[in-house]
Design a protein around this ligand. Structure first.
Ligand code: H2B
Length: 104
């Protein structure tokens, strides 16, 4: 099992993910994504969901219209691990690709 990142390591990792923030108490990281419309938001969720299933590491998220709020934590470790950092990077990549090319 991946170990929970300590406070210093977590802050260091987040420096490379500037759109993400650490939840009060350090239990999770969060980011809000905004898309052009609902189909694009849902397409993002579909792409991230398939990757999450492959990794066996799943997001907590909430969608309203073109907004998706994502919360990442590793339940097995009781905090944020490298698995969350990897999934955050992937979600950012999917988002960047969709913004660049809405048909991607
Ligand atoms: N997702 C997240 N975010 N944290 C976990 O600890 C976790 C998971 N554990 N997805 C996985 C599934 C575990 O339940 C299975 C049994 O591997």
């Amino acid at each position: 099992m991946t170990d929970k990142l300590d406070a210093a390591s977590l802050r260091q990792r987040l420096a490379a993910l500037p759109q993400w923030h650490i939840e009060a108490g350090d239990a999770a990281i969060r980011r809000e994504y905004l898309f052009a419309d609902f189909p694009q938001a849902f397409g993002f969720m579909a792409q991230v969901a398939l990757h999450a299933e492959r990794l066996d590491h799943h997001p907590e998220w909430f969608n309203v219209h073109r907004r998706v709020d994502v919360r990442l934590t590793t339940h097995d470790a009781g905090g944020v691990t490298e698995r969350d950092i990897a999934l955050a990077r992937h979600a950012d990549d999917v988002h960047a690709r969709l913004v660049r090319d809405p048909s991607a």
